[in-house]
Design a protein around this ligand. Sequence first.
Ligand code: UGA
Length: 429
Amino acid sequence: MQLSIIGSGHVGLVSGLCFAEKGHTVLCVDHDAAKIKKLKAGKVTFHEPHMQELLTKHIAAKTISFSTDTKDAVDFGAAIFVCVSTPSMPDGNVDMRYFEAVSRDIAEHISEYRVIVEKSTVPIKTSSHMRANIERYLTREVDFDVASNPEFLREGQAIDDTLNPDRIVCGVTSHKAARVMQEVYAPFTAPLLMTTIQSAELIKLASNAFLATRLSFINAISRICELGGANIQEVAEGMGLDKRIGKHFLSAGIGYGGSCFPKDVSGMYHVSKALGYDFELLGEVQRVNEDQWQHFLARLEDTLWVLNGKTIALWGLAFKPDTDDIREAPALKIANALIAKGAKVVGYDPAANENAKGEVPDIHTVESALEACKDADALMICTEWSEFADVDLAEVKSALRVPVIFDGRNQLDPDTVKAAGFHSVSVGR
Ligand code: UGA
């Protein structure tokens, strides 16, 4: 089947490559000419495990190609997946300008039946705006459908999540569109849930809001652990053994980041308000999340007494491991706050150094975890890249000026850290 992708970022490019891997032929479009040039040359545009292999393989097999022209996408695919970004506006609402522009482009070029599929995370009712906008700008009489097919991939595991999803959700309004979506997903083994478009849109937002709520809940419990002398890992394990709760997504830390949870929790809050429901719970989820890194930083300040003039080593700058994505990364919020307090911040991330430097110009970045520790007054672990677990603690101790470790992701075993001679602080333990 021929499929088009409009917007070749984290969702679009991964989806395109995975559709090609499942046997479809894919055209990926993006208005960013530099990005398309790089992709045409066979080079990935961001860090994601296994993506380079798939790109090389499918360019060679001619099962994926690239263009900057939306018309090409409209001509090529029986289904056109819209994967452009939906950023937050300063007031927390979702900025739909890219979706609106794409729907006008589609209206201009569409000449035969197409299913136009929202794949980016969008507010409920986006499909009706899309449909109305396309109809408004159509220059000829053409039949088309709008569908919603939200993406549930996690960065860092995006390829595996997309090839082997837990579920596939398709919101459709006609049998014709349902048949097209069934054909798209025929090579996948996951359960396919056909719903109304509004339900599909809400399934995505509600899932992210629920997961973020779960994280703020366990982070709040970690604070009770600190105050009451319990251990959050034991508590999470005990809770997670209840099948209704489950063990996943219960790791306390310095809070969630990324391009999705912060935006979607805020988006869901605002969309609910616009629909007439005050979703106060989500306001609290955001407050707990911000408080989590601020509290951890306050504990560092409490330990070191004065931060001005101190050097702090930060391990992990990406919002989570296995990605170079630094959007809303708690590490960078901590870096900015440390710098504002007069500390020197030396950061190391296996993939995100360059992006971090672009966002926080005053951060010093180095090429290894040990180098970051050199003469630092404390080490903070902000992102749990697996390589940090293998670093020799004796070497870390001799590199640091004083042996202080603040483990913001509970990556290291606190007893081992203490036994190696460190002052050890972690989250909720
Ligand atoms: C999230 C969802 O998990 C995906 O299902 C969804 O498709 C995606 O958003 C999206 O909307 O596009 P992602 O942001 O890539 O995926 O990352 P997650 O693995 O969900 O992690 C989000 C944040 O939560 C990270 O900062 C991570 O460090 C934090 N986290 C995660 C915890 O603090 N504790 C945990 O137990 C799990």
